[in-house]
Design a protein around this ligand. Structure first.
Ligand code: HEC
Ligand code: HEC
Ligand code: HEC
Length: 413
């Protein structure tokens, strides 16, 4: 009896040891690699495509690849990635021949964006890099035309890539859950833009709404979006630039917990201006989309109406707590969620640390805060005019200046 017990223990010990080795192997190993065949194709970089590509990329690529300091798509730390995925940097995708993608062929770019397999290494591309398996050929080609264009944001810049350290969870997901997409066997055409529901579905599939507004990001069905569990019902967790948690909202037409009581005008204001019907700003990473036309927004609204309404109450975002002696300016900065994009130091997806020097008097600085679109036409920053109270601008400007001064004393030390 005793012997059986002893062997049993040894066996158990062995199994635990093996599991340990398997976990360690997964941890130390890289993402899986796959065979990939690169299509031979040459894209015509017409001005129409460059313009269309710029619009698409400004909604889909720039937010992750633009570095707030270089202002170009040279890559940045993904401080807005939930920490369980690890420490991740996006890459330099300017036209630089070795550090960027200047030497990639059009076929290599299309292949990677479609399938999620790196064309040079065969390495699978992690879940936090976008894939476009359903986007029309014309739109994918347009994004590439923009990457090849003379736009200042894509010009070659000699900036090294910083290696990422994805977590064990990410590696596990990459081995077990996430599989690359097959390269499309047929051309993918644009939807009929007169058919609002079809256009809306196309935009919801391709602008990330489906990924973010699902119940669980790891269970998103990108090919048949309506089969995504909790489709448009929200609930998945996201983080702002300080890694404070917030949850995707329910955007089905459930009247109590979704947007069932929103008029089309309410929805347009939320999408275009980033302001909800209750006057509150949408919090980052939900970014307003000034690039969308009224017809496109109206089409998304029409399509969302066709999704089955789900009951799922809004979960409040994680709050910031301030010290009792916080300045009036810091209070305003926090109240409106400036720190969710600009960080507590002034540097986040946008950098406001130069604003003190650039706009030496408060009336200009106030104007920049109120109407930033006048200065940065496609900015995701909310137009604060009418939202922030007039008496709050003076302390807010003082705080912005304070952040600028703190940054310059740090830099000169
Ligand atoms: C949510 C953030 C995110 C978005 C949005 C995003 N990317 Fe990326 N991208 C990444 C990350 C992270 C990597 C690095 C992946 C890795 O470590 O393998 C990457 C890598 C790449 C690479 C590979 C570069 C190289 O040298 O290996 C290319 C090309 C690229 N992205 C293009 C794009 C384009 C084009 C878009 C818009 C259609 C886009 N990305 C949108 C995060 C993003
Ligand atoms: C990066 C993830 C992400 C993407 C992409 C995204 N959303 Fe959101 N969305 C969120 C989060 C998080 C919230 C909650 C923000 C808050 O708490 O203020 C939200 C809120 C909203 C709201 C406000 C709902 C309410 O009740 O307050 C609407 C409407 C909305 N999103 C529509 C869309 C549409 C349409 C798309 C695609 C064009 C989209 N979102 C893309 C993450 C995302
Ligand atoms: C949704 C994200 C977001 C929020 C919220 C936000 N900003 Fe910004 N802001 C940006 C981005 C991005 C830029 C850089 C301009 C650009 O290229 O879009 C910017 C630019 C600025 C600038 C100009 C910087 C310069 O160098 O010209 C100032 C000043 C500024 N923001 C202040 C604020 C204040 C104050 C708040 C809060 C009331 C705020 N922002 C909220 C994203 C945001």
């Amino acid at each position: 009896m005793k012997k059986v017990f002893k062997y049993g223990l040894m066996l158990l010990g062995g199994i635990i040891g093996l599991i340990g080795v398997a976990v360690a192997a997964m941890y130390w190993s890289d993402f899986p690699r796959y065979d990939t065949s690169i299509p031979t194709l040459t894209i015509d970089y017409t001005p129409t495509r460059v313009e269309r590509g710029r619009k698409l990329a400004s909604m889909l690529c720039v937010e992750c690849h633009q570095n707030p300091e270089t202002k170009q798509i040279t890559g940045r730390l993904m401080f807005d990635l939930p920490p369980e995925f690890g420490t991740v940097y996006t890459k330099n995708i300017t036209q630089h021949p070795t550090k960027g993608i200047g030497a990639w062929s059009d076929g290599e770019l299309v292949s990677m964006l479609r399938t999620g397999i790196h064309p040079k290494t065969g390495r699978a591309v992690p879940p936090y890099m976008i894939k476009l398996p359903m986007m029309a050929d014309e739109d994918v080609f347009s994004i590439i035309a923009w990457l090849r264009s003379s736009d200042p944001m894509v010009q070659p810049l000699d900036v090294d890539n910083t290696p990422s350290s994805p977590s064990l969870l990410t590696k596990f997901l990459m081995r077990v859950v996430i599989k690359p997409f097959a390269y499309p066997t047929k051309p993918i055409v644009l939807p009929d833009s007169n058919n609002k529901v079809a256009l809306g579905k196309y935009l919801v599939s391709n602008l990330g709404c489906n990924d973010c507004h699902a119940a669980d990001v790891t269970k998103v069905n990108a090919l048949e979006i309506e089969k995504t569990p909790g489709f448009m019902g929200g609930g998945s967790n996201w983080t702002d630039v300080n890694r404070k948690v917030l949850y995707a909202a329910n955007i089905t037409f459930d009247v109590e917990t979704g947007i069932g009581s929103w008029s089309e005008a309410d929805f347009r204001r939320a999408m275009h201006d980033g302001i909800r019907p209750d006057g509150k700003p949408l919090l980052y990473p939900m970014e307003r989309k000034v690039q969308l036309t009224d017809h496109e927004i109206s089409s998304i609204y029409a399509y969302l109406k066709t999704a089955p309404p789900l009951k799922n109450s809004r979960k409040p975002a994680e709050e910031y707590t301030l010290a009792a002696d916080a300045s009036a300016g810091l209070k305003v900065y926090t109240k409106y969620g400036c720190q969710r994009c600009h960080g507590e130091s002034g540097l986040g997806i946008g950098d406001l640390r130069q604003a003190d020097k650039k706009y030496p008097n408060d009336s200009t600085l106030t104007d920049v805060i109120k109407h930033s679109s006048k200065y940065f036409p496609e900015t995701v920053m909310i137009q604060w005019d009418g939202i922030i109270k007039e008496e709050e601008y003076a302390p807010l400007c003082a705080h912005v200046r304070e952040l600028g001064r703190k940054a310059s004393t740090r830099a000169s030390r």
